[in-house]
Ligand binder design. Sequence first.
Ligand SMILES: Cc1cc2nc3c(=O)[nH]c(=O)nc-3n(C[C@H](O)[C@H](O)[C@H](O)COP(=O)(O)O)c2cc1C
Length: 181
Amino acid sequence: MAQLSPLLAARWSPHAFNPIAELTDAEVASLLEAARWAPSHGNSQPWRFLLGRRDDEAYKRILTNVSPADQRWAGRASALLLAAHVTADAVGAPLTYAAYDLGQAVAHLTVQATSLRLHVRQTAAFDEAGLRADLDLPPEVHPHVVVAIGRLGDPYSLPEDLRVREVGLRQRRPVAELMLG
Ligand SMILES: Cc1cc2nc3c(=O)[nH]c(=O)nc-3n(C[C@H](O)[C@H](O)[C@H](O)COP(=O)(O)O)c2cc1C
């Protein structure tokens, strides 16, 4: 296999978060700083985040709007970060790359998490209307994913279907399949 940075090689998305571990304030600051320094179209920085830490009100409001299937693992994470973007700048000009830029910011955060020995799993399975209402999101803010962040837990504590996925081999298309022409 071609050479990969150890940080990228170590990254994967678990379901088995440690249900009692907490993030330090320094870890949270470091994750958000990584997202802050992501590249974006015209340096527009359209990403917006709402962070919940276990047992706080924001965490509960995010989690309750995640699909029941994904709540089974998201509810074990130390933090839930709603990752959203705005689609227009301060003068109303459209930010057509906003979703792409948000993805890069979350990717940065994910790599930073790996460097802190933290893990991340994202979910797009949430009730957007419920989130909007429960978090009082302004109309210009578009939620994209919920990012669960925490430390690794015991895969054998998972429900059977998740445990099977947790310990299974991860698959990727070969590079040749990604190349056009
Ligand atoms: C935009 C996005 C949405 C995702 N949505 C879900 C989801 O709804 N449920 C889930 O269990 N995992 C979700 N994931 C995690 C992916 O399934 C996971 O990243 C993928 O299977 C590759 O595995 P890896 O991250 O361990 O390499 C999502 C990931 C991304 C980037």
